[in-house]
Design a protein around this ligand. Structure first.
Ligand code: FES
Length: 512
C-alpha cells in the first residue's frame, strides 16, 4: 500500500485537530482533517489496528487514536474541522455541524447510507534517527502525494491549554488588544442579521471599524464552521452584491502610494503600521473573492469557501497581532497615512476569478513570501523578538494562502478544460488548459513590468509555484491610444502597482 509521510509524531501533540492538505505531482489537491483524540475521550473498549483507520500507540497516554478523513462532508460539503466527536460502544463518529449526519472515523460509514473516505494511519520509527513519524495511506492509490499544509484547526483544539505566555500571540482567543478602537455596533446586527455566508461577507466589507471587522470575521467563520450558518448562499437567484470598495473609518487618511513615507529610515512603528494596513485590506480581499465570484461560478464547491473564510480569519488574526505590536510603540492604527493600492488590484481584477487569483494571490502574495524573511531578519537584528514571532506566524500562514490561490487557479483551469472538451467535437482541437501557461498569459495580459526576484524558491515551491510559473515573466500590457478605457485603467494601475510592490518590499526590508 502506497503511503504518505505526514510529520514527526511530536508535531501533532500540540493540538487535537489539524487541517491536512496534500498535493499530487500533477498539482491536484486533497483536503483532509487529522483528529487526534485526547486521552479523556479515549474509549478503552475500542480495539485498534494500525491498518484500519486509526492507530493507538498508547505511549504515556500522549498519543492515542489518530484518524484521518475527508475535510468536507459528502452530504452538502460542510467543513468537518469543527465536527463533534461522539463515542459509542464500538465506534467513534464525527458528527457534521450542518445536518448532524455522523460518520464512523474508522470506516467512514454513516447510518444515512452516505460514506466518506477515511485513511489508514501508521506510526513508524525512523531506523536512523529513532524519530517517531506519522504516515497515512495514500489517497487514490499513490500519485506521489506530499503534505503542503499541516496546521492546527484553531486554538480551540489546543492540547494542553495554551500557557499565558503563549496567549500573547493569540488575540483570537481572548487577548485584549490595547489599541482597540471601540466598535459602537453589535457583532450581530439587531435588524436583519445576515443568514448566509454571502450576506456576512457583504456586511463585513461594509464595516468600517477595524475592530468590528475583525470581530465579525471571527464570528462568521466560527458560525460557518460550527453549523450556525448552514448556507453559503452563492446559488440563490439574487445574491447580495459586494460594495465597489470596502468601507473605512473617516479618521483613516488614505493617500496615493507614492505619498507614503519612503526612504530607508523608516522606523519599526511605521513598518508595522504599513503591514497592518495590508492585513486590513487582506481581510476584505478574502471576503470579496467569495461574494464577488461565488455567484459567478455556482459550481465552486464548499471547500473554496472553507479555504477563503480561513484566509479571512488568518488575516484578521494578523491584523490584531500587528496592532498589538504597534501598541508597544505607542502608535495607534490609523494615526499614520495608508494607501489602498491592494484594493486597486482587486477592482481591476473584479471581472475574472482567474485574473483575481493570478494577480492577488500568485503575484502579490507570492511576492510577500520573497520579502518577508528579509523583514523578519531586520526585526531580529533590532532585538525585537515579539515582532519577529508575529511576523513568523504571518509568513507561515501566507504560504498557505498562496497554496489556496494555486489550488483554485488549477481547479479553474481543469474546469475550463472539461468545458472545452465537452464543447469540442473535433478530437484534434487543442483543449489543454495548462495552469502554468494560463498563469503566464494572465500576467502578460493584466500586468505591466517584470515579475521581480530574488525569489523565495523554497516557499514558492511549497505553495505549488514551481519556477516555470514565474521565472523570466514580464507583464506586457501595452500603453496605446488604441487601448480601450478598461485597458488604460489597468495599465495605469499596474504602473502604480509596480511602484507599490517595490514600496511594500521596501517597507518590509527598509528598517535600519
Ligand atoms: S450533513 Fe454534512 S452537509 Fe449535510
Amino acid at each position: 500500500m502506497a503511503q504518505v509521510y505526514i510529520s514527526p509524531v511530536q508535531k501533532i501533540l500540540s493540538h487535537s485537530r489539524f487541517i491536512l492538505t496534500l498535493r499530487s505531482e500533477t498539482g491536484k489537491y486533497h483536503g483532509l482533517i487529522l483528529f487526534r483524540l485526547s486521552p479523556s475521550s479515549n474509549d478503552p473498549k475500542i480495539s485498534h489496528t494500525d491498518e484500519i483507520a486509526s492507530t493507538d500507540t498508547g505511549r504515556d497516554g500522549a498519543l492515542n487514536q489518530i484518524y484521518i478523513m475527508e475535510a468536507t462532508c459528502p452530504h452538502l460539503g460542510a467543513d468537518m474541522s469543527h465536527a463533534d466527536i461522539e463515542e459509542y460502544e464500538d465506534s467513534v463518529v464525527a458528527v457534521c455541524p450542518w445536518h448532524r449526519y455522523d460518520f464512523d472515523l474508522k470506516t467512514g460509514k454513516s447510518e444515512t447510507g452516505l460514506r466518506t473516505c477515511t485513511y489508514a494511519v501508521q506510526i513508524k520509527t525512523d531506523p536512523e534517527t529513532g524519530e517517531e513519524q506519522v504516515w497515512m495511506e495514500a489517497p487514490d492509490g499513490g500519485k506521489h502525494w506530499r503534505v503542503v499544509e499541516l496546521r492546527p484547526v484553531s486554538e480551540e483544539f489546543a492540547d494542553p491549554p495554551m500557557s499565558s505566555e503563549n496567549t500573547s500571540l493569540q488575540p483570537a482567543d481572548g487577548l485584549i488588544d490595547p489599541q482597540v478602537q471601540e466598535a459602537t455596533e453589535p457583532v450581530v446586527p439587531e435588524q436583519n442579521p445576515p443568514q448566509t455566508l454571502m450576506e456576512w461577507a457583504v456586511l463585513i466589507l461594509n464595516t468600517p471599524n477595524p475592530t468590528l471587522k475583525v470581530e465579525r470575521t471571527r464570528y462568521a467563520v466560527h458560525a460557518f464552521r460550527t453549523g450556525t450558518i448552514k448556507s453559503i448562499g452563492h446559488k440563490v437567484a439574487h445574491p447580495p452584491v459586494p460594495p465597489a470598495q470596502p468601507s473605512r473609518e473617516t479618521y483613516m487618511k488614505i493617500v496615493e502610494p507614492g505619498k507614503i513615507q519612503s526612504g530607508k529610515r523608516r522606523n519599526r512603528a511605521v513598518m508595522l503600521h504599513a503591514l497592518a494596513n495590508i492585513e486590513q485590506w487582506a481581510i476584505d480581499l478574502a471576503w470579496d473573492i467569495m461574494v464577488r465570484f461565488g455567484p459567478m461560478h455556482k459550481d465552486l464547491p464548499p471547500a473554496f469557501f472553507s479555504d477563503f473564510s480561513k484566509m479571512a480569519l488568518d488575516e484578521s488574526k494578523h491584523f490584531s497581532l500587528l496592532r498589538a505590536r504597534l501598541a508597544a510603540f505607542s502608535t495607534t492604527y490609523g494615526s499614520l497615512p495608508v494607501h489602498a493600492s491592494l484594493w486597486d488590484s482587486a477592482a481591476l481584477t473584479s471581472r475574472s476569478l482567474l485574473s483575481r487569483l493570478a494577480i492577488i494571490h500568485l503575484v502579490h502574495e507570492a511576492r510577500g513570501l520573497d520579502v518577508n524573511p528579509k523583514t523578519i531578519e531586520k526585526f531580529r537584528k533590532a532585538g525585537d523578538k515579539e515582532s519577529v514571532d508575529v511576523l513568523e506566524i504571518i509568513h507561515a500562514d501566507e504560504v498557505t494562502h498562496v497554496t489556496a490561490g494555486h489550488r483554485w487557479f488549477v481547479w479553474l483551469c481543469e474546469q475550463q478544460q472539461r468545458q472545452r472538451q465537452g464543447d469540442s467535437l473535433d478530437v484534434d482541437v487543442d483543449v489543454d488548459v495548462d495552469p502554468i501557461r494560463v498563469f503566464r498569459e494572465e500576467v502578460r495580459r493584466c500586468w505591466r513590468g517584470d515579475i521581480k526576484g530574488p525569489f523565495n524558491v523554497e516557499d514558492r515551491e511549497k505553495a505549488g509555484l514551481s519556477r516555470e510559473f514565474y521565472e523570466d515573466l514580464k507583464g506586457e500590457m501595452p500603453y496605446s491610444d488604441d487601448d480601450d478605457e478598461e485597458d488604460k485603467k489597468r495599465a495605469d494601475h499596474n504602473r502604480a502597482m509596480v511602484e507599490v510592490q517595490q514600496g511594500m518590499a521596501d517597507v518590509r526590508v527598509g528598517y535600519d
